[in-house]
Design a protein around this ligand. Structure first.
Ligand code: SR1
Ligand code: MG
Length: 402
């Protein structure tokens, strides 16, 4: 019988005390539950005498932001710690160090990153992160390449796929990203001010066809091991450092879903500048920074991915230059489409983003929501024609100018 139960702070301290590589000496510990995400308990345990700290994260058997009436498997903790370990092997230094896991208790004990800030918060506060594009593109290129049929043997890949079958978490994404935003679903969270825009999407057959095609890819493509929820709330940053956390949605899916998530969340912040920038000039500068980051993330990703392919590709037939060009074109198009879907769902689906939701002025918030929807729907509708990252920049720039 499972001994799973939600941890108390006292138990979290006992677990921390056992991690001798962080806390070699015994002494007083301080514990705070700091989980501000949608799903889990997160304990931050520190030792004031030494300044050392650690994180104990535990999955709850339900969706925390909704309540116990929405049950959710705690197996996601196993997926998360396996993914963190795999990503750490492939992209050293870009994920937190894992000290201990306990599958039955659904917990992961990991590096304290409190010298970093959650990127969503950092962007809302106007932060600038010069190392971000370089490091996140390195993370994405390496983790996606080395878990795909391009960078590992297809036989080993099939065995790895088995360990990352994640149906319950995928169902959340299927519902919240690809289904509910496209009909009058009960779980949608629609501000009355923009209900007309949501209704327009429900009636837009061209949009829904593209979303159905993206959803099909999400369902059937096992291209690579994805992080699965790579928004700016899953990324810790400083100006010099990037660390990717929270891969509980990891599964083998289409690569563009991960890269699209990064771009979507930069674009959501771009839309939110309707409020966060002090004046027109500041808004222009901030938006230029965000669009340059969008461009850099894709451009660096593409260059790194192609380099890995050319230097470390495992399959002779897949080595054709024409095939590589075709693959990268399709990957860009998927990225554009998934970026659009991930933008729309955050405006009026179940789970929003603080970039827009914390805008106090109702008129500015509505403008930001409408701008995000204009960008998101254009990306979705244009995904199969995209030929360059400049198409994304153009769509965002034109939407902001109208
Ligand atoms: C029910 S969980 C809502 C959202 O939070 C996570 O971060 C995922 O993005 C999920 O869709
Ligand atoms: Mg998360």
């Amino acid at each position: 019988m499972s001994h799973y139960h939600p941890l108390s702070e006292a138990e979290a301290i006992e677990i921390a005390r056992s991690i001798k590589e962080v806390f070699p000496q015994d002494g007083e510990f301080v514990c705070r539950e700091i989980g501000d995400g949608n799903l889990n308990l997160v304990f931050h345990i520190t030792q004031p005498a030494t300044g050392a700290g650690i994180i104990v994260k535990q999955a709850l058997p339900y969706v925390k932001v909704f309540g116990e009436s929405w049950p959710l498997t705690v197996d996601r903790a196993r997926i998360e710690n396996q993914a963190l370990i795999k990503q750490g092997e492939i992209s050293p230094g870009l994920v937190p160090k894992v000290y201990k896991t306990d599958t039955e208790m659904a917990l992961t004990v990991m590096e304290d990153l409190s010298d970093h800030v959650i990127m969503r918060k950092g962007l809302i506060e106007g932060g600038v992160y010069p190392a971000f594009a370089e490091q996140i593109s390195e993370f994405a290129a390496r983790t996606l390449f080395f878990t795909s049929d391009l960078g590992m043997s297809p036989q080993d890949k099939k065995l790895l796929v088995q360990s990352f079958v994640n149906p319950h978490m995928c169902k959340i994404s299927e519902d919240l990203i690809f289904e509910e935003p496209y009909y009058d679903a009960k779980a949608n969270n629609i501000d009355e001010a923009i209900r007309d825009a949501a209704e327009a999407n429900w009636a837009d057959e061209e949009l829904k066809l593209e979303v159905a095609l993206l959803r099909e890819k999400f369902l059937v493509s096992a291209q690579a091991l994805l992080h699965g929820d790579l928004h700016t709330g899953s990324i810790f940053v400083t100006p010099e450092s990037t660390k990717v956390i929270d891969p509980e949605f990891a599964y083998f899916g289409p690569m563009g879903f991960d890269i699209g998530a990064i771009l979507a969340n930069l674009l959501l912040n771009f839309a939110a500048q309707e409020h966060w920038s002090a004046d027109e000039a500041a808004r222009r500068d901030r938006r230029a920074y965000l669009l340059n980051t969008v461009r850099d993330v894709w451009t660096l990703f593409e260059a790194k991915f192609r380099k890995l392919w050319n230097e470390q590709g495992t399959d002779r037939l897949l080595g054709s230059a024409a095939f590589q060009d075709d693959y990268m074109r399709r990957l860009l198009q998927d990225t554009v489409g998934f970026a659009g879907a991930k933008t729309v769902r955050r405006v009026y689906g179940f789970a929003h983003v603080a970039d827009i939701d914390s805008i106090p002025d109702a008129a500015a918030k509505e403008r930001a929501q409408r701008l995000a929807l204009a960008i998101g729907t254009s990306l979705i509708k244009g995904n199969r024609q995209a030929s360059s990252i400049e198409d994304v920049i153009r769509i965002a720039t034109e939407a902001a100018a109208t």
